[in-house]
Design a protein around this ligand. Structure first.
Ligand SMILES: [Zn+2]
Length: 308
């Protein structure tokens, strides 16, 4: 297995207000964890700048212009109650998109079996026309569309195990049966969407979890809801919206997973990718706000990607 890792120093320059959980130290914690010699075999590549035109794969032009116009020259501005932008946020978001799209190229062109993109800001809350929940643009959605346009992928599965429901990804693909969106998430919790009955064009699979859910119920949901949907869909590519805020240490939610659960879930998706999509897996960092829980979880996730 060749596992590629994309990072870039620009991701540290998307600055959020003091005390905000989505902060640059998250990436520093991940960097430290992946510095361990266990990860010496990672193919480390500096993320390329993204092509602005690809943002339009998931968002209309007016919205893109609105976000661009909101980027301040100095200081920090609020985009919504918990989403903000600083002078380098545009470049950070665009580089996150560039890395995700490059990761898609890598798995289709055979440069890597799978790729982890350690970027911020995250993306899964960004709807077609709304930046929210720490997210400016929906990186996973753009990457899925990019795989379809550039590499003629017919079906892309997005699996989102962030503890928050990916309302943005669901919104973008609501009536698009060429993309399967599967989410496990705590309910009730921000942003309030993600009920079982929200099924789009039959391509949305929501598996909400009650507060205090632990490993067994999470794994059961994965085995009974997510994996059968993937087997039924037969994707050409699996994209993971890899948030690690369902870890028991995380301060933003009450799900009690451990890093072993992320190792296990990664292994399950790799099996499906081997069966259906020539091993192609692109994993994109979403949430995860306890630095130790995040570091342990990313180490388990990337370690599993490398082992296959
Ligand atoms: Zn989250």
């Amino acid at each position: 297995m060749v596992t590629r890792l994309y990072t870039h120093p620009i991701f540290l320059e998307h600055i959020t207000p003091p005390g905000h959980p989505e902060r640059p130290d998250r990436l520093r914690a991940i960097e430290r964890a992946l510095d361990d010699e266990a990860f010496a075999g990672l193919d480390r590549v500096k993320a390329p700048q993204g092509d602005e035109a690809t943002i339009l794969y998931a968002h209309p032009q007016e919205f893109v212009a609105h976000v661009r116009a909101a980027i301040p020259e100095t200081g920090i501005v609020s985009i919504d109650a918990d989403t903000s932008a600083s002078p380098k946020s545009w470049q950070a978001a665009l580089t996150a998109i560039g890395a995700a799209n490059a990761a898609v190229d890598d798995v289709f062109d055979g440069r890597a079996d799978n790729v982890f993109v350690a970027a911020r800001p995250p993306g899964h809350h960004a709807e077609k026309t709304t930046a929210m929940g720490f997210c400016l643009f929906n990186t996973a959605a753009i990457a899925a569309r990019y795989a379809q346009r550039k590499h003629h992928a017919e079906r892309v599965a997005i699996v989102d195990w962030d503890v928050h429901h990916g309302n943005g990804t669901q919104d973008i693909f609501w009536d698009d049966p060429s993309v399967l969106y599967c989410s496990t998430h705590q309910m009730p919790l921000y942003p309030g969407t993600g009920a079982v009955g929200e099924t789009g064009a039959g391509n949305i699979v929501n598996a909400p979890l009650a507060p205090q859910t632990g490993s067994k119920v999470f794994r059961d949901a994965f085995l009974s809801r997510v994996l059968p949907a993937i087997d039924n869909f037969v994707p050409d590519l699996i994209i993971i919206s890899a948030g690690f805020d369902a870890h028991h240490r995380d301060p933003l939610a009450q799900i009690n997973l451990t890093e072993d659960d992320f190792d296990w879930a990664t292994g399950q998706l790799l099996q499906r990718a081997g069966r259906h999509s020539d091993n192609r897996v692109v994993s994109l960092l979403e949430g995860g706000y306890d630095l130790q829980g995040l570091a342990f979880s990313v180490a388990a996730h990337v370690g599993r990607l490398m082992k296959g």
